[in-house]
Design a protein around this ligand. Structure first.
Ligand code: SF4
Ligand code: SF4
Length: 288
């Protein structure tokens, strides 16, 4: 079975048209034409005539859940989601950033998605290792079955084999490359704080421009703000213009959280975010 991207695009267009014409939603968050086929853009359709700009192909890796929080509460939103994106939607519902009843979730089963920068298939490295959305109202293609399922944490093997000193040297070298463009923050559906701690002047939590200590402060704080919340969409890593492998840190924290608290982020609306939900049986390892 291969993914029929064109058919998904057609279904996405017809669902978007119907929802907008019937007034069931005010906006449809999907993908639109970029400067070429390999560079589709996040796109918002507000009226039926906008729908002709919608596209879907293997380069549509952006996580559209990023844009939900831009709309006032109560806005009726239709959103196109792949597997990891659907987990972001669930996480946002858990965090009460949006109500389930205000969303129409258009699920996209997919594999073989590609990084527009490198052309590499991204499935096993920087996405959550899932092919079907966890939640949806309408599925825009056939459920994916029979694809090999790999643990999203397999890519951590080499990193986990490093001792503390080697890890420190690894991150020091990587984070020293950071030019503080904040594209990682901008791409992330779970980075919605306004203002972000690093943009605050009073108090000033850390240096905003690129320099070694400030970079460390920004990234360590961001990594830990995302503990138990990162849904492994990989968008932060793909957005980074200097190719810092941010996904390694996020995956390591996600793996530790899963082991300590017995839940992965964004898998069930019934869950509470792991780090705001105290249970007596929770592991004390987090204090070590
Ligand atoms: S931290 Fe990166 S991988 Fe995790 S949710 Fe945000 S953009 Fe996705
Ligand atoms: S996208 Fe990359 S360079 Fe830009 S702030 Fe994030 S880590 Fe730094």
């Amino acid at each position: 079975m291969s993914i029929n991207f064109k058919q998904i695009e057609e279904k996405l267009k017809s669902e978007a048209t119907k929802l907008l014409e019937e007034g069931k939603v005010g906006v449809v968050l999907a993908y639109g034409k970029g400067y070429d086929e390999n560079h589709p853009l996040p796109f918002v359709a507000r009226k039926a005539s906008d729908v002709e700009n919608i596209v879907f192909n293997e380069y549509c890796t952006a996580n559209m859940a990023r844009y939900i929080v831009r709309y006032p509460r109560g806005t009726k939103i239709a959103i196109a989601v792949k597997a990891a994106d659907s987990r972001a939607v669930i996480q946002l519902i858990q965090e009460d950033k949006v109500k389930r009843e205000d969303l129409v979730i258009l699920g996209i089963p997919a594999y073989g998605m590609k990084n527009a920068k490198t052309g590499e298939v991204v499935d096993s490295k920087t996405t959550c290792g899932m092919y079907n959305p966890v939640i949806y109202d309408t599925l825009l293609g056939e459920e994916v079955h029979g694809q090999s399922v790999v643990s999203p944490y397999d890519v951590l093997a080499e990193y986990e084999a490093m001792d503390k000193e080697a890890r420190w040297a690894f991150w020091k070298k990587e984070l020293d490359k950071c030019i503080r463009c904040y594209a990682c923050r901008k791409a992330c559906p779970m980075c919605y704080c306004d203002p972000c701690f690093i943009d605050q002047n009073k108090p000033k939590w850390g240096e905003k421009s690129p320099e070694s200590h400030g970079n460390l402060m920004y990234h360590l704080t961001r990594f830990h703000h995302l503990a138990g919340r990162c849904i492994d969409c990989g968008e932060c890593s793909r957005a980074c213009p200097v190719d810092i492998p941010l996904y390694l840190f996020h995956k390591k924290v996600a793996k530790d959280c899963e082991e300590m608290f017995g839940q992965a982020a964004g898998m069930s609306i019934e869950d509470k975010p792991a780090l705001v939900n105290f249970r007596v049986e929770d592991s004390d390892k987090i204090l070590e």
